[in-house]
Design a protein around this ligand. Structure first.
Ligand code: ZN
Length: 129
């Protein structure tokens, strides 16, 4: 699995601008590239509530989740692991300082997995609309 560089930048930017609140969203893919983020509205400040917001989403077609840890510790919590197990295959946690290396992708078991960052041409995609 891969992630579009622009999508990753967007995720890190929203994570950074949400501080001190957490940001949470669902990931959508085009083929084998993660290209879109559905932001969960009204995410509250605690780790527990960010995860609960994600649990409450209907089962839209997504491949995983993303949320931020303003503390900078990107280790999944027990709430996170429960979420990972129920909401898709790929789970990104971002952490302060939210630069291009401030993120980790986990699988359903909370094991780190590698996501390749690729260039993706969103412009071409929009022309087809
Ligand atoms: Zn978390």
């Amino acid at each position: 699995m891969k992630i579009a560089k622009d999508t990753l930048s967007f995720i890190l930017e929203v994570s950074r601008s949400s501080v001190p609140l957490e940001f949470a969203g669902m990931l959508q893919a085009t083929g084998d590239i993660i290209t879109d983020v559905v932001i969960v509205p009204g995410t509250e400040s605690s780790e527990e509530s960010a995860v609960m917001q994600l649990f409450m989403l209907p089962n839209i077609s997504t491949i995983g989740t993303v949320h931020s840890h303003p503390s900078g510790n990107r280790k999944p919590s027990s709430f996170d692991l429960e979420l990972f197990d129920r909401k898709g295959m790929y789970h990104i946690i971002t952490g302060a300082p939210f630069d291009m290396s401030s993120w980790t992708c986990y699988d359903v078991k909370g094991e780190k997995i590698r996501l390749e960052v690729v260039e993706y041409d969103f412009k071409e995609e929009n022309e087809n609309w």
